[in-house]
Design a protein around this ligand. Structure first.
Ligand SMILES: NC(=O)c1ccc[n+]([C@@H]2O[C@H](COP(=O)([O-])OP(=O)(O)OC[C@H]3O[C@@H](n4cnc5c(N)ncnc54)[C@H](O)[C@@H]3O)[C@@H](O)[C@H]2O)c1
Length: 243
């Protein structure tokens, strides 16, 4: 049961069909928000309080449709959670240029497009933006060159947007660590075991645990937090096994 932390608010959540984005939609609804849920994938049956939009976050036309829906259907936009993501694993010298470009577009450029389309509404509502980065922004892991570059870019972009659009709009960034979502499908048991064991919490995180952090940054409980990064990784980035 929510505490009404987002009562009366309207939020956009991208990557809403799966994993963390789906958990954020559930939590936002629980907290009293209405949600414009954006994904390239089908989002299943209609749900009260959710306006699904099928679209590619790397496409500016999709963002125009999202902003128009917020304006026409709800007359406002209070929260933007830019969260959709793709990853193609390969070392830099083997990564196809098209895969580099696609990952930068979906993981980084999408946040710029989102702001371009939505910042007027967010300013009017004195709203909040929460970007989904990753611990890949602060640690090097094999075979993620474009993903890591995009996630690092989001940390800088979030800080920049906070400066640019304050005091009306707060902008913060979450950096999840290993969170068990469909993004881990196809990753072997041994790699999963090592990731969980590499946290101080000694386990994977749950999407709901990231949704709780996103909700905090989206609501008035974080009214004096902007330009900040919140690491949600069970202590993964704190753990080292050598001096
Ligand atoms: N799961 C983790 O361990 C982890 C760790 C660090 C950061 N993150 C970040 O958290 C966010 C959510 O990750 P997740 O694990 O829930 O991923 P996920 O793969 O479960 O979900 C991603 C969603 O994004 C959608 N999507 C992909 N490309 C899109 C596009 N172009 N336009 C619109 N939607 C698109 C997919 O259809 C999917 O529904 C991502 O930004 C990811 O980088 C996740």
């Amino acid at each position: 049961m929510g505490r009404g932390l987002l009562a009366g608010k309207v939020a956009v959540v991208t990557g809403a069909a799966s994993g963390i984005g789906a958990a954020v939609v559930d939590r936002f609804l629980c907290e009293g928000a209405r949600v414009i849920a954006v994904d390239v994938a089908d989002q299943g049956p209609d749900r009260p309080g959710v306006l699904p939009i099928t679209g590619d976050v790397a496409d500016s036309a999709a963002w125009r449709r999202v902003a128009e829906a917020a304006r026409e259907e709800f007359g406002r936009l209070d929260v933007l959670h830019s969260n959709a993501s793709v990853v193609v694993r390969a070392p830099a010298h083997e990564l196809a240029e098209s895969d580099w470009d696609r990952q930068i577009a979906v993981n980084l450029k999408a946040a710029y497009l989102a702001i371009g389309a939505c910042v007027g509404l967010l300013r009017d509502a004195r709203g909040a933006v929460v970007l989904s980065s990753s611990v890949h922004a602060i640690a090097g892991l094999p075979s993620h060159p474009a993903y890591a570059a995009a996630k690092g870019g989001l940390v800088s972009l979030g800080r920049q947007l906070a400066v640019e659009y304050g005091p009306e709009v707060r902008v913060n960034t979450v950096l999840p660590g290993p969170i068990l979502t469909p993004a881990w499908d196809g990753i072997g048991q041994e790699d999963r075991r090592r990731s969980a064991a590499g946290t101080a919490a000694a386990r994977f995180g749950r999407p709901e645990e990231v949704a709780a952090a996103v909700t905090f940054l989206a609501c008035e409980e974080s009214s004096y937090v902007t330009g900040a990064c919140l690491v949600v990784d069970g202590g993964w980035s704190a753990v080292k096994d050598s001096a």
